[in-house]
Design a binder for this molecule. Structure first.
Ligand SMILES: [Zn+2]
Ligand SMILES: [Zn+2]
Length: 90
């Protein structure tokens, strides 16, 4: 990894974190590991998207609502029985 001397700006290649003296001016440089830097916090991975819920539209009132794995469900708005299209059948 390449570090730069804070005094004379000389770029020095070092094998890793540790204390090194600048070959140009002799200033001791303390090289810290970037991965172990507590200032860097990796954000948690995004939550996986939930599977799409089956949704039907009531032919009577036009309300769209989510239904379960059923053949038909009553509309929560007007009470009409709405048939649910089955996916993957056949
Ligand atoms: Zn230096
Ligand atoms: Zn309805």
């Amino acid at each position: 990894m390449i570090v730069r001397c804070g005094r004379c700006r000389t770029q020095v290649e070092v094998p890793g974190p540790g204390r090194y003296s600048c070959p140009a001016c002799g200033t001791v440089m303390e090289v810290r590991d970037r991965a172990a830097d507590p200032g860097l916090v990796t954000p948690p991975p995004p939550a996986p998207e939930p599977p799409p819920s089956p949704r039907v539209q009531c032919p009577e009132c036009g309300l769209r609502f989510i239904v379960g794995a059923v053949a038909s469900a009553p509309c929560p708005n007007c009470g009409a029985l709405v048939s649910v299209p089955q996916r993957g059948a056949g």
